[in-house]
Design a protein. Sequence first.
Lengths: 219, 79
Amino acid sequence: MAQSIQIAGASYPDVPSIVVPKVGSGTAVFADPSGVTAVAADVASGKLFLDSSGALIPGTASGGGGASNVVTGTFKGTTTDAAMDVTLNYSGTGYPIAVMIFPSATDLSTFNDLIQRYAIRDYFMDKEERTVPSYSGSGNADSGVVTSKYKNSTSNATSYADNGTSSISTKTYNDTAATASASLSVRIRSATKMSVFIASTSYGFAANIEYTYWVIYSS
Amino acid sequence: MAQNVIINGVTYPDVPEVAIPKSGGGTASFYDIADATINANSQLMNGVTAYGASGVKYTGNVTVPTISQDSTTKVLSIS
């Protein structure tokens, strides 16, 4: 936004900001924020901005994907499959993909309403530079951070094995601990192609798979 | 969020905002933006605008993938 202002009798049209000398040295920029359209939810978390009223407030947005990033793919499975296959193709730059499976989520934006157990079977990328996937939950045998690894036990896994290969592992993980709420987030950098193999279960891995949503975001 | 400035030789400490008469009446308010930390379009959702600390105006380009799932086939598509 810009304002048409008058200073000392002179008119200055379309002034978006003014620069005033600071005490000591340098200049201070004062901007007209009336045209700012961003609100906290539009701005990346941790970033500060002036809203249209001139108030300095922090952004709260997380997720989303860069406009130059393109994610396409399909996710296919049925409620009686022993597993689900997911293949995604990605082109672009940045931090393209994170994957979540929420067996009984009721809202794509809600990550905390899981009432089912889940299992992560595996994921890999052709060109991978993984950040630290994170996991948090309650009522589950596992918690904390998972770093580029997958659970490889067939039941009640309590540790992770490093999956350093670019091929799908057939190892499975079966979490039999009751889970009241949990969330899983995996962030992967600069992928050109990615395949994901994730399954969720209600009574162990071999049981019927229940799933509701896939959530993909980048940051 | 405030600056010590000099205008016409007069020092004004802790100035967060400058109000200047508008050509058509009223005043225009300009705010100190030194504490803004936005510095890229990718930090804003697509289409919205905000200023960085230097006065640069950014227009967001972040989009969210659209996800849909066929209730019968269970095929979930992302675009």
